[in-house]
Design a binder for this molecule. Structure first.
Ligand SMILES: [Zn+2]
Length: 222
């Protein structure tokens, strides 16, 4: 079930206090009408009824897709650590959630990326491996520094699967890097399971799969 809390918010422009609905959780299986509003940012935007200004608001929000069996917890203003979520009580409950992917992210952009990845039936752990290969073999080798990197397009249905990565740099426009063919995503799937011994089926506990994930995975915490 989706859960909404109605509260008040002080407009940063005119100082007037008006109503704001905050969504603590969104279940897109039970409330599919909320999904487009989340994706276009409107659920996390305050619009002042008096002066019309709008501003993004950041607060913890749980995204739940029962059909695709994943949850992403957006927790702004944290370090993205998941320790406090993996309580003994949760461990008991998680036995009922076999096969679920549970993720913690700290920004709205990363929440959108996780939804994009899981909606396209990809494994974000595999994508981290691809990202690491790209960073080591291309960026670091050529001394390129980048700021952010997002998965932006995918087609895994053809025998020649394609993944697009949009890369943001500090002082130049973003570039799209294309990973294509059986040596890309399909090979990374094999490497993840064979070389890193990360199982295909996940144990349902909350984790952050982003920069730093592979290091933990190599240490046995994948
Ligand atoms: Zn206002």
């Amino acid at each position: 079930m989706s859960e909404r809390v109605d509260t008040t918010y002080t407009c940063p422009e005119c100082g007037e206090i008006s109503e704001l609905s905050m969504w603590k959780s969104i279940n897109v299986t039970l409330n599919p009408e909320l999904k487009p509003k989340l994706l276009d940012g409107s659920l996390l935007t305050f619009i002042c009824p008096l002066c019309d200004c709008n501003q993004g608001v950041a607060y913890p929000l749980l995204y739940h897709d029962q059909d695709k069996r994943f949850m992403v917890w957006l927790m702004p203003e944290t370090d993205g650590g998941s320790e406090e979520l993996n309580t003994p009580e949760f461990a008991k409950m998680s036995a009922l959630m076999q096969g679920y992917r549970l993720r913690v992210v700290t920004t709205f952009d990363r929440l959108l990326e996780k939804i994009f990845i899981f909606d396209n039936e990809m494994d974000d752990r595999v994508l981290e491996l691809l990202r690491e290969v790209l960073v080591n073999s291309v960026f670091e080798k050529h001394g390129i520094t980048y700021e952010q990197l997002f998965y932006s397009k995918v087609d895994l249905t053809s025998p020649d699967p394609v993944i697009d990565l949009t890369i943001f740099f500090k002082d130049q426009p973003p570039k799209v890097y294309i990973i294509q063919g059986p040596d890309g995503y399909p090979r990374a799937v094999e490497l993840l399971h064979e070389k890193l011994s990360i199982p295909k089926e996940e144990t349902p506990y909350w984790k952050t799969v982003g920069q730093g994930y592979l290091e933990l995975a190599r240490g046995g915490f994948g």
